[in-house]
Design a protein around this ligand. Structure first.
Ligand code: IZC
Ligand code: ZN
Length: 428
C-alpha cells in the first residue's frame, strides 16, 4: 500500500539505526541496533510511516508536492537521543567550586560549608523568573544541538514551596515553547535548605504535606526524585518522601549510591522505582535487586569525570547481571556542567567499557524506559513520533571515538528540521 502524504524524506542513509527490537535492551541485546545499510526514512507530518531499505521505502511511498527531501549523503541516522537525567533550571553557575575541587576540596566538604546545591538555591530564589527561564532555554538549545530530542528535567534548586512550584512551571512553559520534549520530575528532596538545617524531618514534612499536593494537583511532574546520600537524605527519610510521592501518583527515581554505598539502589528496587541513577558505589545485592525489579540504571560518567574521581559505576557488572542500563549527562551547575550526550558516550566507552552500540541503545530505547516512554520513543519504526538525528559520520563507531566535538548534523523533531549544524560559522 503506497503511503501518501509523505512530507519529509531522508534518503541516501549510509547506516540507518532503527533500534527495532527488544525494549528495554538487556545484556547482549544492547548490541542490537536494527541497523540497515543504504536506508531511507519517510515521514508524514509528525510520524514515521516507513523506515528501512531505501528501495523498499521508495516503492512504498508517494511524496507530497511540497515534501522536503533531505540527502543524508551516506551518513549515520539514529533516533533522536534521550537524556533521562538533567537539572537544567538554574541561574548562576558554580565555577568557583569547580576550582576548589581541583585544589583538593571534595563535593561534600563544599556542600557542608554552605556551598553546592544550597548556594544554587539562594541564587535561584533571588533571580527573576524571566532570567531563569531565558538561561534555561539557552541550555535546552545546546542540548538539542547535540542531537537530543527529549529530556527528563528536574526541579530542586528552589526547595521552598513557592520556588519549587515556579521551577516546575518554568519546565512546563519551556516544554510548550521549545522543540525539545521535557518530562518533569519533582526534586524537592534535593538538599536541606538553609532555613531547615538540622531539621531534616521538618523539611520532609514541608515536601510531603505542602509541596507534593500542589505538584500533583497542578500536574507539574510525572516523577519524584531524591538525593539519597550520606549527609543528605538517609534511607528511612528517603523511604518517607518516596512513599508519599508514590501514594500521590508519581513514579519514582533516586539519586542512589553516588558518593557512598548507602543502599539507595536497593531501596529504589524495593519501592518499584522506574530508575536509580549514578550507582558508582552500588552493592552486588543492589545490582541483583535492580535486575529483578526491572529498575533502569541511569549511569552518569560525566559526573565522575567532572568531580575528578577515579572510580566509575560498575557498568559491565550491571549489564552482565541483566540490569537495563541507560546513560545521561546529569547536566547541572555543580557536579556535571555539560549539555553534550555525545561526550558522555565517549566517557562510557573509555571508563565504563561500553561499546558504541551499547551506548546508542542506552540513550534511545533504554533512556525511553527510564522516563516511562518505553515503546513510545527511541526507535525509527512506522507509527513512532519522527524524532531523528543525522550525524556527521559514516560509521556509528565514530561516535565515542571522535570526542569533544559536536557530531550532530541535522536534528528532526516531530517531523520538522529544528537544527542544522551544517551551516558553517566560519567567516570567509
Ligand atoms: O547542583 O550539585 N549531586 N545533585 C546531586 C547534584 C549533584 C547537583 C548539584
Ligand atoms: Zn542529578
Amino acid at each position: 500500500m503506497p503511503q501518501d502524504n509523505v512530507t519529509l524524506l531522508i534518503e541516501n542513509i549510509g547506516q540507518l539505526i532503527t533500534m527495532d527490537g527488544p525494549v528495554p535492551r538487556i545484556g547482549p541485546e544492547l548490541s542490537q541496533l536494527g541497523l540497515i545499510d543504504n536506508g531511507a526514512v519517510a515521514i508524514s507530518d509528525r510520524q514515521v510511516v516507513a523506515a528501512g531499505d531505501a528501495d523498499a521505502v521508495m516503492q512504498s511511498i508517494t511524496l507530497d508536492d511540497d515534501a522536503i527531501v533531505v540527502d543524508a549523503d551516506g551518513a549515520v541516522v539514529t533516533p533522536g537521543f534521550i537524556d533521562p537525567h538533567t537539572h537544567p533550571v538554574f541561574a548562576m553557575t558554580r565555577e568557583k567550586e569547580f576550582e576548589m575541587r581541583i585544589q583538593g576540596k571534595s563535593y561534600m566538604e563544599i556542600a557542608k560549608a554552605g556551598g553546592g546545591i544550597r548556594a544554587s538555591v539562594r541564587d535561584l530564589r533571588t533571580t527573576p523568573r524571566e532570567i531563569i527561564t531565558e538561561k534555561s532555554r539557552q541550555r535546552l538549545d545546546r542540548i538539542l544541538m547535540f542531537g537530543v530530542t527529549t529530556i527528563e528535567a528536574k526541579s530542586g534548586y528552589g526547595l521552598s514551596t513557592e520556588s519549587e512550584i515556579m521551577t516546575l512551571e518554568i519546565i512546563r512553559d519551556l516544554n510548550k515553547s521549545h522543540p525539545l520534549d521535557l518530562v518533569p520530575t519533582f526534586l524537592g528532596a534535593h538538599e536541606i535548605p538553609d532555613e531547615f538545617q538540622g531539621r531534616t524531618d521538618d523539611y520532609i514534612d514541608l515536601v510531603n504535606n505542602d509541596m507534593l499536593p500542589i505538584v500533583v494537583r497542578e500536574r507539574l511532574a510525572e516523577f519524584s526524585d531524591i538525593f539519597t546520600e550520606d549527609g543528605v537524605f538517609d534511607i528511612e527519610q528517603s523511604r518517607r518522601v518516596q512513599q508519599a510521592a508514590r501514594e500521590a501518583g508519581l513514579a519514582l527515581k533516586f539519586h542512589a549510591d553516588e558518593l557512598t554505598s548507602l543502599g539507595g539502589a536497593d531501596l529504589a528496587a524495593e519501592m518499584g522505582a522506574v530508575s536509580a541513577d549514578h550507582l558508582v558505589y552500588i552493592s552486588d545485592a543492589g545490582i541483583d535487586a535492580m535486575a529483578r525489579a526491572g529498575t533502569v540504571a541511569v549511569l552518569l560518567p560525566g559526573t565522575t569525570f567532572a568531580l575528578g574521581h577515579s572510580q566509575y559505576a560498575p557498568a559491565r557488572k550491571m549489564i552482565e547481571a541483566g540490569v537495563a542500563v541507560s546513560l545521561s549527562t546529569d547536566c547541572n551547575p555543580g557536579s556535571s556542567y555539560t549539555e553534550s550526550l555525545p561526550l558522555i558516550i565517549s566517557l562510557a566507552a573509555l571508563q565504563l567499557k561500553m561499546t558504541a552500540a551499547e551506548s546508542i541503545s542506552a540513550v534511545t530505547v533504554n533512556a525511553a524506559c527510564a522516563i516511562n516512554r518505553g515503546g513510545q520513543l527511541g526507535q525509527i519504526i512506522p507509527g513512532r513520533q519522527a524524532d531523528i538525528t543525522i550525524w556527521d559520520i559514516a560509521d556509528y563507531r565514530e561516535l565515542p571515538y571522535h570526542y569533544g566535538i559536536n557530531p550532530a548534523r541535522l536534528v528532526i523533531k516531530n517531523g520538522r528540521v529544528v537544527v542544522n549544524n551544517r551551516l558553517s560559522g566560519i567567516v570567509q
